[in-house]
Design a protein around this ligand. Structure first.
Ligand code: SF4
Ligand code: SF4
Length: 174
């Protein structure tokens, strides 16, 4: 309570809210969104933000709080968080940004708003079992040979097919 000329008043608290921030708060991982006081420590800590001016976690949280639903869900920015959790360690309000951005991605994915680059990466993993199969060249094979490493990486196509069959409805590689 704050005392003003003899009267006790409720302090002015930060209560950012919007339909979108409530939606995020109701999604597992998004519960802490309204604790954010927009101090900017997350952006100052963020490794991705050091590489690109476009990625500013504080600003992304602000957009959620302001209810800019379509802008956030159609953006590739929530997908750039690499979940290093540096921001989370330093946030004085206990806001877990990677969890919040995970909640944003879940909603975006449910609405079919996955950026193409991530869709193609996921397709590669579903097809080959890992992301970098096409980058395994003769040069790398020679390098491994020079280092005395096994050059046969033993792709287990049957295992990939088994996983796809178990967890995904369609298996287009069969
Ligand atoms: S460090 Fe925490 S409180 Fe500060 S802007 Fe980032 S999420 Fe919000
Ligand atoms: S968890 Fe995400 S937002 Fe936080 S510092 Fe790491 S990359 Fe940046």
């Amino acid at each position: 309570m704050v005392e003003t000329k003899g009267e006790l008043k409720q302090p002015s608290l930060h209560h950012p809210s919007s339909d979108f921030s409530e939606e995020i708060a109701n999604e597992p991982g998004g519960e802490d969104i309204t604790k954010c006081i927009q101090c900017g420590m997350c952006t100052a800590s963020c490794l991705v933000a050091k590489y690109t001016d476009r990625y500013r976690p504080r600003r992304l949280i602000q957009k959620i709080l302001l209810g800019k639903r379509e802008e956030v869900l159609n953006s590739e920015l929530p997908w750039l968080c690499m979940t290093c959790r540096l921001c989370e360690e330093r946030c004085q309000e206990g806001v877990s940004l990677p969890e919040i951005f995970g909640a944003v991605r879940k909603i975006a994915a449910r609405e079919g708003k996955i950026p193409n680059v991530f869709k193609s990466t996921a397709s590669l993993v579903l097809k080959d079992g890992w992301m970098l199969k096409d980058t395994y060249t003769d040069f790398i094979e020679d390098d491994r040979d020079d280092l005395g490493l096994d050059t046969d990486l033993n792709w287990d196509d049957d295992f990939v097919k088994k996983i796809k069959k178990k967890y995904f409805k369609e298996d287009k590689t069969r």
